[in-house]
Design a protein around this ligand. Sequence first.
Ligand code: F6P
Length: 325
Amino acid sequence: MKKIGVFTSGGDSPGMNACVRAVVRTAISNDVEVVGIMQGYKGMIEGGDNFTALTSRSVGNIIQRGGTILKSSRSKAFMTPVGRKMAYENLVDQGIEGIVCIGGNGTFTGAEIFYNEYGIPSIGAPGTIDNDLYGTDLTIGFDTAINTAVDAIDKIRDTADSHGRVFFIEVMGRDAGFIALAATIAGGAEMVLLPEVKEEHTVLIDFFRSRNETKKSFSIVVVAEGNFEGGAQAISSMLNKEIPGFESRVVILGHIQRGGSPTAYDRVLASKLGYGAVNALLAGEKNKMVGLIDNKIRLTPFIDSITMKKDLNADMLKLIDILNN
Ligand code: F6P
């Protein structure tokens, strides 16, 4: 393999740049040229200026930057055979023989379909704040996202304490509760509402009705966005209606969790996985995601990383209960 492409796709995550840097420098150290494909699959289809040669220097001074210098998109066109054909023709024009894709579920689904149709091998690096990919203990960006969430929780805690209020804080994670679980433990929150463990309304109502007995002057509840139709706002409104005199505030952290300079942990993880992805591609691997399991680089077929469910650690739920006393 003499020339590979690299792109970032789907929701961006802090550390993607560190991964691009590692991909480019590992490839160059193996005498392989690298082409950056801007805007993910969208740029691959549209071609032209979206293909840009990357050198060691073009990825200098990016390890500390959030977002992605290659930009990102969620391409609808790539889900169509016509779109994928245009993408293939552009890759052939550029002489690209293999791909490193940095993204999540949707990115790897696209790469798998593309290989089956056109035979261009790809290796994926898990870049998503959600940490919802099977085949890696952690995804690139998760650590930064939970640190951002915890920083916000600490600040909300100050005002919650001053006013003796209940706060529902909604975090991202799509339909997985990894961010919520970690933010709850690290932020010292009283309760977590997860998509994986749906509580009945009555359980919540009883909990907050009996709250006075716990003698806690304020409460922080972390709500995973996928927990409840309407999210934290709907839960808060439901409780305000059901419990006379109950008053709460809602904070939706939103996209703030996707930005910011990556933590040292994310930079190291991203560097290892970028390096691992290129080595795998050059060793003839394809259609696999590179991940870190028990601190060792491991490959997992895309099909497993997409379809198999990474379980939440049930012990952590027990821990939250214990720490809440
Ligand atoms: O997958 C990352 C993520 O931030 C999810 O946590 C969230 O549900 C989704 O992307 C939001 O996507 P968008 O930025 O397209 O609104």
